[in-house]
Design a protein around this ligand. Sequence first.
Ligand code: HEM
Length: 406
Amino acid sequence: MAALETPQAFNPWDPAFVADPYPAYEELRARGRVHYYEPTHQWLVPHHADVSALLRDRRLGRTYQHRFTHEDFGRTAPPAEHEPFHVLNDHGMLDLEPPDHTRIRRLVSKAFTPRTVEQLKPYVDRLAGELVAGLVEAGGGDLLTDVAEPLPVAVIAEMLGIPESDRAPLRPWSADICGMYELNPSGETAAKAVRASVEFTEYLRELIEVRRKEPGDDLISGLIAAYDEGDRLTEQEMISTCVLLLNAGHEATVNSTVNGWWALFRHPEQLAALRADHSLIPTAVEELMRYDTPLQLFERWVLDDIEIDGTTIPRGAEIAMLFGSANHDPAVFAAPEELDLARKDNPHISFSAGIHYCIGAPLARIELASSMAALLTHAPTLTLSEEPTRKPNFVIRGLEALRVTL
Ligand code: HEM
């Protein structure tokens, strides 16, 4: 069967598409279940049922390097000068498949169980309260830099045991590395990611040495103990895991917070309902993550041929699952284009599914609910003071700033 032509409206480099990709997704879903997209040589999958099934399908993988060489797989190795980024990235659990993925995820997951992170709630609430108090005292500011960003950065840095005085470069390192997760990254983006990878790696190597001598009550010390006890984690895996936790541990939470508040400001009747009834916070957090999906696309390699709706997708191909589209699929969500903070039946896919399901989901939910509660309680008249500008990125969806007043 011939591949369907991708509608013109789907263009991840077009600011108008990035501003509101949801109409183009609707067209994609209406036109078929799988579309070959020439500019990225990927197969786009827009329906919820397909995305959900593919995330659990073991014929696909985040990597192919556990089974094939680049040549076997019909690909070329990345350029040697990008090596520091790839070494760092390829040893983190997100880019590993079993058995390595299973081994590392098991070690880390103990720190992120719902019960363990629930114990962090008083700390997260206190921090959110302090940050919102600062915003209120100043009479407003930028919700992104004043609240959305410092909260998850501090929480994940605290969990890992990164001293407060060392935290300033974490955000720029993360931003530079995350540039590589956009489609067809430029040479300049790659150069920035390589530089950040070198610096971040060097920093963590030194910190691991310090913690080895003086262990603390933190995740890095825990990983060192696991390493020293049974060689279950190489030093590179330890460094890659820390970088992954630090980056994944704040990037999407920051964006979910500001995307969410911008959606609230555009739906004053929903915001008023939330202000009147804080018991809506848990469903509101889920609905805002569905309504404006913070991570729009995830990729998988096809390790063994699969078939979608009569189209064979061969080994060596790449699939791009459109999370934002899946989250607006009317086959699953009633009135998907409506923001309904009381939505009960909400199986959104924003935290993924299958073996790579977000390990930080319970923590992210606590952070999002905590900052929302603090803002609703202590800044009950919060309003938008300036129309925000979207970041040009498609995959990692965010705002440049969200200026507010009281
Ligand atoms: C709103 C916030 C967040 C969103 C939307 C989000 C989303 C995701 C998604 C979609 C994946 C899987 C990607 C795939 O299947 O290819 C993932 C994986 C992951 N996330 Fe999150 N995440 C969030 C917050 C966090 C936090 C707070 C942490 C803190 C530790 C975290 C750590 C991770 C890790 C380590 C993985 C890799 C899991 C694995 O490969 O087994 N995330 N996240």
